[in-house]
Design a protein around this ligand. Structure first.
Ligand SMILES: [Zn+2]
Length: 166
């Protein structure tokens, strides 16, 4: 019931939403023009990033190095992290990270946020060794990534074809 009540009064700026000012601004004022990325190296690396969906970052690094050798003198060769940030900036779509139970049952949010253990499996939320070593300051838990629906829908509307397919 606490979750239902929290959802009924939810606002974009709620801390639990973990949306920064830029993300909230993008949701309220979505771009209406399709993306126009003219730099062929950026296009190549974005395509590479998506093609390597289930591969490691080192695979991206190898292709990045190969591209740099093949096209010497290229000014901008974004790293894995930088290309990921560029995609987020172009599309407005970013994952939001939440702490979660070690057994992957619950997210540590809403009415559970103030508990120190999972009410389902009774395990501690946080790595107890790191928590004790930091005297209760370093709360390390498993991470769960969510991708909010709003920015995804807005990104699909940027492009005529994807909007039509939707
Ligand atoms: Zn649990």
């Amino acid at each position: 019931m606490e979750f239902i009540l929290a959802l009924q009064s939810a606002l974009l700026g709620d801390p639990v939403a973990k949306l920064d000012e830029e993300a909230r601004s993008n949701l309220r004022n979505p771009p209406h023009e399709p993306l126009d990325i003219t730099n062929p190296i950026i296009c190549h690396l974005i395509s590479t990033y998506y093609a390597l969906e289930h591969s490691s970052q080192s695979t991206y690094k190898c292709i990045h190095s190969s591209t740099a050798c093949t096209f010497p003198g290229t000014d901008e060769m974004p790293s894995f992290y930088r290309i990921e940030r560029m995609i987020a900036e172009y599309t407005g779509v970013e994952s939001i990270t939440h702490d979660m139970c070690l057994t992957h049952v619950l997210l540590i949010t809403g009415p559970f946020a103030d508990l120190d253990h999972c009410p389902v499996c009774n395990k501690h939320w946080y790595d107890q060794i790191k928590l004790q070593a930091s005297r209760g300051h370093n709360k390390v838990a498993w991470k769960f990534h969510t991708i909010p629906a709003g920015p995804q829908l807005q990104a699909l509307y940027h492009d005529h074809n994807s909007a039509k397919c939707m």
